[in-house]
Design a protein around this ligand. Structure first.
Ligand code: GLN
Length: 512
């Protein structure tokens, strides 16, 4: 096969690749080999992967090819190489959560979602970079290295699932699975021009994820199309006795998200709400224009558009930065250097004097955690402490209810809500790193879905041309003095409405 054909092959969706595997036009071993080559070539610059599990992937691919030749293919993803964010536990493959604390941690078991992917025959090609503990919106907070945006290497890919989104965007694997606590699937999906779905809280098991904010976390698919996202969600979702927050009877089965492109009226019974609070100050006009154009396309397909209000939107980030750190401080308490992570061996060369158990804890936590994790542990411990819990944590929980009610009310008037995924284009590496508040604001449009537990998807809606100063570029590959930067649009729906939001996404994809 010619190189151009390789590139074409790697750029396909899972559904298309699946057909090629069925028709035996390509084998899983060939596909896996090509993806590994692509990683070798591209990842020097993009740096999406912490671990590439090439040997294991090729073994899995051989098994898959055997099944295919025996006519026993397990699912549409059988034989298709994908990656996983490195806070999802993989048996015998290092899982770091992007943190020094877990630099050498090799889990003894697979997360439930990984078990399900493996049982469906997916090939796990490697583990992708993230902000340490999934704390961040740019991957600059990874303890190992920063991932670069494939569309402009001087910009961030978003975060915290920045490695996963950059990998899918540059064809290093056909899809990925990320996690989303406040926007970590959707925001980087928007920045990298891929599809990212955060399912309803309780749809997918969190067993075997490195927990961040347990009342907010959800794993979800990162793909090239809405159809692929639906397929991947169908595989990983469903209740799990090991995660009591999963809801029985909510399997996402045989979703029918494919729209009839010929029919002009396909969207005619869908009412779309545009919340005025999401189209106001702070939104880059170039981003707004792209999103409004995409809404027009849906309107052209028959959808009814209505302006709505989600009056408590302004409080969402504040509520999130109380509830999330409270949960983080509790979840990170287990990393004491004894059961996981940082080991006593490293102490020998240190200036620390370890005289008792407390010294050991102090040493491990001081050395193993970065500044952002420490900031969140301190914030969380503070808002939960006696005397303050009522004032901060309890208040935040009350306002959380108000945010949920905003959505409940809105969904009585409209079927789905559309917003930009982020207020800005992908920002430059280093631009926000020293200013936590500006980094936190990268998620203004995404946190509410986690607070309310509702599903939300980000889909690509085009590119904006930005000029670049070539003389300062450290990347020789930049030959043009402009770069095309992706814009993402977010579609939110009521709890358990994944089928509907995927349908709207699919409809847009077909008409754009
Ligand atoms: N950027 C947000 C944060 O830093 C969201 C992270 C996430 O969803 N994991 O908390």
């Amino acid at each position: 096969m010619k190189k151009t054909n390789y590139n074409l092959l790697l750029s396909r969706s899972i559904m298309e690749t699946s057909e090629l595997l069925d028709k035996k036009e390509v084998s899983s071993v060939e596909l896996t080999g090509l993806v590994l080559e692509q990683i070798k070539e591209k990842d020097k610059d993009i740096k999406a992967f912490i671990t590439v599990s090439g040997k294991e992937a090729l073994e899995q691919a051989k098994e898959s090819d055997k099944r295919i030749s025996n006519g026993k293919r397990l699912s549409k993803i059988d034989g298709v190489p994908i990656s996983l964010k490195d806070n999802i536990l993989t048996k015998n493959i290092k899982t770091t959560a992007g943190s020094k604390m877990l630099e050498d941690f090799v889990p003894a078991f697979d997360a439930t979602i990984v078990e399900r992917l493996k049982s469906a025959g997916a090939i796990i090609i490697g583990k992708t970079n993230l902000d340490a503990w999934a704390h961040g919106a740019s991957t600059e907070n990874s303890d190992f290295f920063t991932t670069h945006n494939p569309y402009d290497l001087e910009r961030v890919p978003g975060g915290s699932s920045g490695g996963s989104c950059a990998a899918v965007a540059s064809n290093m694997g056909f899809a990925s699975v990320g996690t989303d606590t406040g926007g970590s699937i959707r925001q980087p999906a928007g920045f990298c021009s891929v599809v990212g779905l955060k399912p309803t809280y309780g749809r997918c098991s969190r067993y075997g994820l490195v927990a961040m904010g347990s009342s907010l976390d959800q794993p979800g698919p990162i793909t090239k199309t809405a159809e692929d996202a639906a397929m991947l969600l169908e595989i990983v979702c469903g209740d799990d006795p090991r995660d009591s927050t999963t809801v029985p009877g909510k399997k996402f089965q045989n979703p029918n998200i494919k729209c009839q492109i010929k029919s002009k009226t396909q969207m005619s019974n869908v009412k779309i709400g545009l919340p005025k609070e999401y189209f106001s100050k702070g939104l880059d006009p170039k981003v707004e224009e792209k999103v409004r154009n995409a809404v027009k396309i849906l309107e052209g397909q028959g959808a009814k558009i209505k302006q709505i209000s989600l009056p408590h939107t302004d409080y969402a980030v504040a509520v999130y930065y109380i509830i999330m750190p409270a949960e983080v401080s509790s979840n990170l308490a287990r990393y004491d250097g004894i059961r996981f992570g940082f080991s006593a061996e490293k102490i020998q060369n240190s200036k620390f004097k370890i005289q008792n158990l407390l010294d050991l804890y102090n040493y491990n936590r001081a050395e193993g955690f970065g500044n952002e994790a420490k900031r969140r542990i301190m914030l969380g411990t503070y808002v939960l402490s006696a005397g303050y819990a009522e004032e901060y944590y309890k208040k935040a929980m009350q306002v959380r209810t108000l945010v949920c009610r905003d959505f409940e009310k809105a969904f009585k008037e409209v079927d789905v809500i559309i917003t930009p995924t982020s207020p800005t284009l992908p920002f430059k590496i280093g631009e926000r790193e020293s200013d936590p508040l500006s980094m936190y604001l990268a998620d203004v449009y995404t946190v509410s879905a986690n607070i309310a537990g509702i599903p939300a998807i980000s889909i690509p809606v085009g590119f904006v041309e930005e000029t670049r100063k070539l003389e300062t570029s450290q990347f020789k590959k930049h030959k043009k003095n402009t770069s095309s930067l992706p814009v993402g649009m977010q579609i939110l729906g009521p709890q358990w409405s994944e089928e509907l939001i995927l349908k709207v996404a699919n409809s847009y994809e077909q008409m754009k």
